[in-house]
Design a protein around this ligand. Structure first.
Ligand code: HEM
Length: 414
């Protein structure tokens, strides 16, 4: 701890000098840290995890994310890298540089096209209504665990063409991964077990659907897909399943949790939105901007270059903070204000360029429906503050594991 700092006090300048996106302080003081860095050291270097640069200004983040030749994904999507020597190669579009990534991305795109989502809309609405029916008479619920988690899981499995009733198994694995940190060997054992369970479930679906495809589902698409004129290999199939199924679950849950907490703490804003539900699409954009569930991602420099006047050498990693870019006053008027009428709102929460989030419109659909359902059916919900449980490591996911609420009991709609 820096000299003169009392236990319990947070020294933002000291944290910025040894920036560590896995640290608990990063979760607890995210915006304070990012605001400080954007002002004081917008292109900052940290020695953590072998050293990397942290970019906090909108323009600098944009420079990197738009330049796939200079800034590559080949060192993985996390710092430190989650790739081990000897790991099978990944074929997720989100792990490959273009043009290779496009071959895989184009297979997934029809699943979340505007027409596919228009067809999905009634299913999402019915699922949200049924889930709220499950607790509306009780006067209490955990909005993340009882609504956001099952909704996103059931919808994702539905799109994938996997059995929807298996959703608790898919989710139990993920929740465990995000809750209390375990000793590294135990963590590794569980990760392997989880991976093995998912792999078997995906392979089982492949076998069954070769005979009886769930038409229009992800598994059936992957069975029929061709890359360079040949069918997918097993590794390619598993990578793409993981990318779509895992990508679809946690980020949207995190967005919803943070948004419900914010609206409960700001009752005038909540009431404004409740009275003006036609503003929901713009309100969800503002939630995405303010509560960026994936706060940042890295790239590695493939050649010497410069960002914001700072030389970046070939082989050095840069961490793009979407969460900070979204609060940059050079881009957004009054960036600290949560404004459901904000226009334009060009946040970077879904990234941009070649890797622009594939599932963004699915998230928008789920979030708009879920928020509307809660605001209309639990209009006076209050958050049980002492029961809030934050995801302890916000390196790639920022939000809550648990948002307990109480409210005046209502009637079932179904
Ligand atoms: C709030 C919700 C979400 C957030 C914040 C989010 C964030 C992101 C970001 C920032 C990227 C770009 C990564 C990069 O530039 O390296 C990305 C890519 C991706 N996302 Fe999302 N995502 C969300 C929801 C979803 C959903 C629901 C799905 C699946 C249905 C999904 C699937 C993907 C895929 C497949 C990619 C890789 C695209 C490519 O590289 O071509 N995401 N996401």
């Amino acid at each position: 701890m820096a000299e003169g700092i009392q236990p319990g006090e947070f020294d933002v300048a000291a944290f910025a000098r040894r920036f560590d996106h896995h640290a608990r302080e990063y979760s607890d003081h995210l915006n304070e840290i990012l605001d400080h860095m954007r002002e004081q050291c917008p292109v900052a270097h940290t020695d953590a995890y072998g050293g990397f640069w942290v970019l906090t200004r909108y323009e600098d983040v944009l420079q990197v994310v738009r330049d796939d030749e200079t800034f590559s994904l080949k060192a993985g999507l996390s710092i430190p890298s989650n790739r081990q020597p000897g790991d099978p190669p990944s074929f997720r579009p989100g792990d490959l540089d273009p043009p290779e990534s496009f071959k895989y991305r184009s297979i997934l795109e029809p699943l979340v096209s505007p027409s596919a989502l228009a067809k999905l809309d009634p299913f999402v609405r019915k699922t949200a209504r049924d889930l709220v029916d499950g607790f509306v008479e009780k006067g209490e619920a955990d909005l993340v665990q009882d609504l956001a988690v099952p909704l996103t899981a059931i919808v994702t499995l539905h799109i994938a063409g996997l059995p929807e009733q298996d959703w608790p198994r898919h989710v139990a694995e993920r929740r465990e991964a995000n809750s209390k940190p375990l000793p590294p060997e135990e963590e590794m054992r569980r990760v392997m077990e989880r991976f093995e369970w998912s792999r078997r479930a995906y392979l089982d679906a492949w076998e069954k659907q070769r005979e009886n495809p769930v038409e229009g589902g992800l598994v059936a698409r992957l069975i029929d897909a061709r890359v360079d004129g040949r069918p997918l290999t097993e590794d390619e199939y598993i990578s793409m399943m993981i990318n779509f199924v895992v990508g679809g679950l946690e980020t949207t849950q995190a967005l919803l949790g943070s948004s419900w907490v914010h609206l409960a703490r700001n009752p005038y804003q909540r009431e404004d939105l409740r009275q003006n539900l036609d503003l929901m699409p713009a309100a969800v954009e503002e939630m995405l901007r303010c509560f960026s569930p994936q706060p940042g991602l890295p790239r590695i420099a493939t050649r010497d270059t410069a960002i914001g006047g700072q030389t970046i050498r070939e082989g050095e990693k840069v961490f793009m903070s979407w969460a900070s870019a979204n609060r940059d006053a050079a881009k957004f008027d009054d960036p600290d204000r949560f404004d459901i009428r904000r226009k334009p709102n060009r946040h970077l929460t879904f990234g941009t360029g070649a890797h622009l989030c594939l599932g963004r419109n699915l998230t928008r659909l789920e979030a708009q429906i879920c928020m509307t359902e809660v605001l209309t059916r639990l209009p006076d919900y209050r958050v049980v503050e002492e029961g809030l449980e934050r995801i302890p490591d916000s390196s790639t996911l920022y939000g809550y594991l648990s948002v307990p609420v109480t409210f005046t009991p209502g009637r079932k709609a179904g």
